[in-house]
Design a protein around this ligand. Structure first.
Ligand code: SAH
Length: 283
């Protein structure tokens, strides 16, 4: 090998794919690491839940590829996205793959990670703020609670159609807060499964639409009224369904649920009197 070809190889840029969570929508809810990597990118692949305002951090000559899909609409095939990322990184480019919320939560990230790593391509993972966290902000309270919820379960409203359903009610019986992603279309079925599983129809529920955006809506309801509330208020995607005591406006002592910690003193917590703006609707 000649000296010049060794030098050339050494100079060859090493490509990389950064799989980045772009946050729930508010362009300020982005990590500093995400901002840096976006600003260094040669190519950015953008999913449709990503607020495009964050692309202001990109270089002027960046190549943008919009590869998202909206439920029911035509989408860019996953295989095309995989090959595009591998091709660009293989040429030594810095590739950023932007996904809404946290890229590692309901983002089909493993398919992309496996595809790229099998081809020896460097993959960097950058967590983002998932929409459930933004829903907590919109609800004005914590999704966990010392008295009422010892944990939080993030669930898909679309379990695989292979018959291995999730026993939602078993989860909810433990008094955990349940947050359903992609649950709008199957809202009625989720409600039915939970009620049939023995959950109280009066269990507090909230629907959070466009969490973290300035036009976010919070609809407060109950499990028994959930799907009616969705249709009455024409809730649009993206939205999350939050079920559990923490979905109530306040942990008032007259709320008694028969899961788990019935001995809990459900006193109104200090700081519970959060002034809710006009975006709060009661379904
Ligand atoms: N990776 C994303 C989730 C992708 S699945 C995340 O971490 O948030 C897509 C689902 O996420 C939507 O159907 C909706 O249920 C939820 N979602 C995403 N952004 C949202 C937002 N700003 N407000 C409410 N729900 C949102």
């Amino acid at each position: 090998m000649s000296r010049s070809s060794v030098g050339h190889n050494n100079l060859k840029k090493i490509g990389k794919v950064s799989l980045i969570g772009a946050g729930p929508g508010d362009p300020e809810m982005l990590t500093l690491k995400a901002v840096r990597l976006i600003s260094e990118a040669d190519v950015i692949l953008v999913d449709d839940l990503v607020n495009r305002e964050i692309l202001q951090h990109a270089r002027a000559n960046v190549r943008l590829r919009y590869v998202g899909k909206r439920g029911g609409c035509r989408s860019t095939p996953q295989s095309f996205i995989n090959r595009l990322m591998a091709h660009e990184a293989g040429k030594g480019h810095q590739v950023v793959r932007l996904k809404g919320g946290d890229a590692l939560i309901f983002g089909r990230a493993n398919e992309e990670i496996d595809f790229l790593r099998e081809r020896g391509i460097n993959v960097e993972l950058v967590a983002g703020i998932t929409s459930a966290q933004a829903a907590g902000m919109a609800l004005g309270r914590s999704l966990t609670d010392r008295a009422h919820s010892h944990g939080l379960v993030l669930l898909t409203g679309h379990p695989q159609k292979d018959g291995t359903g999730i026993n939602y009610s078993a989860l909810a019986q433990q008094g955990l807060t349940l947050v359903f992603y992609m649950g709008l279309a199957r809202c009625e079925a989720i409600q039915k499964e939970l009620l049939e599983g023995g959950l109280n129809a009066a269990l507090p529920a909230a629907i959070v639409e466009r969490a973290s955006y300035s036009d976010a809506r919070v609809l407060r309801t109950t499990l028994g009224e959930l799907s009616g509330c969705v249709s009455k208020n024409a809730v649009q995607s993206p939205a999350l369904l939050v079920l559990g005591q923490v979905a109530a406006l306040a942990l008032a002592s007259d709320f008694e649920f028969d899961f788990g910690s019935s001995s809990a003193t459900a006193a109104r917590l200090p700081g519970a009197e959060i002034p809710f703006g006009p975006q709060v609707h009661f379904g």
